[in-house]
Design a protein. Structure first.
Length: 395
């Protein structure tokens, strides 16, 4: 491996969460699922499933010690409830009441918190998990078919479009004008379909499908969860998210959101078989998938939804969200290019601390040192310390 490759892989290893955290997250999902399946909503055939970065395998360590891991959880009631029989408020209350019973039974001290689309349950154990539980019901079949056709028109293969459309559902949102009365116009969500689309992007890597199948066989499971795949695409997204977190540590409300980074990175990925090559491709091309008109960053499994909707909403104008995305991308391109010039231990550690808030362990540095050139680089010339712009990206 080249020095740059070694540094990139060492960074990924440093920001990866421990396997115990994935195991704990799995236990949380399973315990909550078991409770709902045996509780007061049993007749509604509840299904609890992982979504978000834990499902995709792109979760990273929190930037600061003591911060909680965010778990995104779907709670789909498969039967007995529809948009014609219940309001969004009815559905959210049903799930909230059952969640409160679970909290009391598990002696979780902090009360559940209502958010716009979900309920938040916070654990206070050694790993500190915060679960956002999103209530939903299945989308109607006619709407699923319509969604599939829209995806096909936007370039998705028909087989994949029809597959992911079957996972679409309707979620609650207390900001909607029709939240408290029966109305067929609910928000559409399809986190499971998005995960399947994301997996389809990972699977274009050379030999990945065969590798994952072999790993599943060795683990004696039917299907290996995506977080265990550890593809170049997943690793590249982890690095980009951490670089973003570090850059916007003092202005977190202004940072590019993870779903935009993940979607653009997955769209730009072309099956590169190592993390460095994947990063180079993604950084070079990801902004080409931003459309000039609304929707600017379409949800690949619901193209009418714009992941970048806040970019053009007046109430968020002071955050300069679109400008911050392009400013971050420009900085990320420069910083990752500079990894080629890191040829001393001091430079490597300065770079990783300043740009990622990470320190590579000494044993990993020892593996890199034999590859370093004997001539030290000029630290100031590679501009690891970003100069403060005249007009900062974070307004």
């Amino acid at each position: 491996m080249k020095t740059k490759d070694q540094i990139i892989e060492a960074l990924v290893a440093a920001l990866e969460i421990p396997p115990s955290a994935y195991d704990k997250a799995h236990d949380r999902y399973k315990d909550l699922g078991d409770w709902f399946c045996e509780g007061s909503l049993k007749a509604n055939k509840p299904r609890i499933y992982a979504q978000g970065s834990f499902r995709l395998g792109t979760v990273i360590r929190p930037l600061h010690d003591g911060e909680s891991y965010d778990l995104d959880v779907g709670c789909r009631l498969e039967a007995g409830i529809s948009k014609h029989t219940h309001t969004q408020e009815n559905l959210k209350t049903l799930v909230g009441d059952e969640l409160e019973a679970y909290r009391q039974a598990r002696q979780i001290k902090k009360e559940i918190e209502e958010k716009h689309r979900c309920w938040c349950l916070e654990y206070s154990d050694e790993l500190r998990f915060s679960e956002d539980i999103v209530p939903s019901i299945p989308e109607e079949m006619t709407k699923q078919a319509s969604l599939a056709e829209t995806m096909v028109k936007h370039g998705l293969a028909r087989g994949l479009a029809e597959n992911v459309s079957h996972h679409s559902g309707n979620i609650t949102d207390n900001r909607q004008a029709n939240y408290r009365y029966i109305d067929p116009d609910w928000r559409i969500s399809n986190s499971e379909g998005y995960a399947k689309w994301f997996e389809s992007r990972m699977e274009i890597a050379t030999g990945l499908v065969e590798k994952v199948a072999m790993m599943a066989k060795q683990a004696k499971v039917e299907k290996l969860p995506a977080w265990k795949w550890k593809t170049p695409l997943q690793k590249a997204i982890q690095l980009l998210k951490r670089h973003r977190d570090s850059m916007f540590a003092k202005n977190p409300d202004s940072k590019p959101i993870s779903i935009i980074i993940t979607t653009l990175a997955a769209a730009a990925y072309r099956g590169e078989d190592n993390t460095t090559s994947a990063l180079e491709r993604i950084l070079a091309d990801m902004d080409r998938y931003i459309l000039p008109t609304i929707p600017r960053v379409p949800n690949p499994v619901n193209p009418n939804e714009d992941f970048a909707d806040k970019w053009h909403e007046p109430k968020y104008a002071h955050l300069n969200l679109e400008g911050n995305f392009h400013g971050w991308l420009k900085q990320a391109r420069a910083d990752f290019q500079n990894t080629e010039k890191l040829n001393t231990e001091e430079l490597i550690q300065k770079f990783t601390v300043q740009k990622f808030g990470l320190r590579i362990p000494q044993d990993e540095i020892a593996k890199i040192l034999p590859l370093l050139s004997s001539k030290p680089a000029d630290y100031q010339n590679i501009q690891i310390i970003t100069e403060k712009p005249a007009r900062p990206w974070c307004m």
